[in-house]
Design a binder for this molecule. Structure first.
Ligand SMILES: [Zn+2]
Length: 417
């Protein structure tokens, strides 16, 4: 009966996910004409393109080895008794109390994977420093790493404690409370990340008064997106890359521009970037991501519950039930697998949403040539491959490529004439 309810709820959640996705994701976008892309690529400085491709190919082995290694470790820990052993050891100083096993055991499992892939992260750092993208010393890099561990420990610790409290106190119906709690956590994080987590890594200051700030606020007003402030992040403390983004929901919504953007780009290009970010705000893309994330996370919790009756899986991990802390390794293995499998679909959706925001920027500014100049600058300064290998783009790219974005501007300019 319990399992039937769970299966029914899962079907309802997946149906809701499909309906929301169907209506809010811009599935069909006009393709960026390939001839324009090739033309744009030909006009980019050849030495810069070569250097960007060299940079990307140096990063590639580390990223893929890290991805495969992360998966292998997750599977070894999750599908053998190693995970259960780790959790037992972590809980031992506390008499094997379930809460100690849940939190410390979870940390132990994640730490093993982290330690094994840490040399690859360090290797990556040497490459981004050598190419002049990162401006961080090893000291600053280590501080960032420790900060991200601390943030992960707080959020992960709360999630682990909450999840296993529910499995402990409601051993039959934990899937229902767990799904609701996980969805709630996703929504809460969307609200608090910009005000609680982002300031751990960067300082945000209101953009100083001046013609640019006035223009951006006017642009937002013209767009019908009330923006109280445009914030500048001190990104230059760790990178030369330029970027902007929108985050938060309701009262915590903000548009953030990297300080590097203000020193590297022309003011008109900053306006173009801000117009793209306003597109995200106007179309409610953060809200869309939050709703899809909450539904997906709730569905995942129930799917884990249902998988928990698969005896073979439990026998592999050497646990009696998927709801006990000793099954953390198994849970992480399943979540890692699901994450890798969902990655390309998430990237596809993200590219569509980014293309819509680009279109919004073109419509709002009516200035395709500045938009194109801005894309050229973004690609050149950040050393992104302007026209990356198709398979890599399909599997991992969260944004359209530089030449696709330049081509979209050219198609817009033709249409506007
Ligand atoms: Zn965007």
């Amino acid at each position: 009966m319990n399992r039937l309810w769970a299966a029914g709820t899962l079907v309802v959640l997946l149906a809701a996910l499909a309906v929301v996705a169907y209506f809010v994701i811009p599935w069909h976008r006009p393709p960026a004409p390939r001839p324009d892309q090739i033309d744009a690529l030909g006009q980019l400085p050849a030495d810069k393109v070569a250097r960007a491709r060299e940079f990307r190919s140096e990063l590639r082995p580390g990223s893929y080895v890290s991805m495969v290694l992360g998966l292998v470790i997750a599977l070894v820990i999750g599908l053998t008794p190693v995970g259960a052993w780790l959790v037992t050891q972590a809980g031992r100083p506390f008499g094997g109390h379930w809460l100690a096993q849940a939190v410390l055991g979870g940390f132990a499992v994640v730490l093993v994977a982290e330690v094994v892939t840490l040399p690859l992260s360090a290797w990556r750092h040497t490459i981004v420093v050598r190419y002049g993208i990162s401006t961080q010393s090893w000291g600053a890099w280590t501080v960032d790493l420790l900060k991200s561990y601390a943030v992960g420990a707080v959020i992960g610790g709360l999630a682990l404690a909450g999840f296993f409290a529910v499995t402990h106190f409601a051993p039959r119906w934990w899937w229902a409370f767990g799904a609701a709690g996980a969805a709630g956590l996703v929504v809460l994080l969307s609200f608090v990340l910009p005000v609680l987590v982002e300031p751990v890594f960067n300082k945000f200051t209101p953009m100083p008064d001046g013609p640019l700030r006035t223009e951006l606020i006017e642009l937002a007003a013209r767009d019908g997106v009330p923006v109280k402030d445009v914030l500048v992040a001190d990104a230059s403390r760790r990178t030369r890359a330029v970027n902007a983004y929108v985050s938060g929901l309701g009262p915590t919504r903000r548009i953030v521009v990297y300080d590097t953007m203000l020193t590297e780009a022309e003011p008109a290009e900053v306006v173009s970037v801000a117009a793209h970010e306003l597109g995200h705000a106007k179309d409610g893309d953060v809200l869309t991501g939050t709703i899809l994330g909450a539904l997906g996370t709730a569905a995942a919790v129930i799917a884990l519950f249902l998988l928990g009756s698969w005896g073979w899986l439990l026998a592999r991990a050497g646990v009696g039930s998927i709801g006990e802390p000793r099954a953390i390794g198994l849970l992480i293995a399943l979540v890692t697998l699901a994450g890798l499998a969902a990655g390309p679909a998430q990237a596809f959706v993200s590219r569509r949403i980014e293309a819509r925001a680009d279109q919004h920027a073109l419509d709002l500014t009516g200035d395709p040539s500045t938009f194109e100049a801005m894309q050229r600058r973004l690609g050149t300064v950040n050393l992104s491959d302007p026209d990356p290998p198709a398979w890599e783009h399909l599997l991992f790219a969260s944004h359209p490529s530089t030449v696709e974005r330049m081509a979209a501007a050219r198609a817009y300019a033709r249409g506007a004439r």
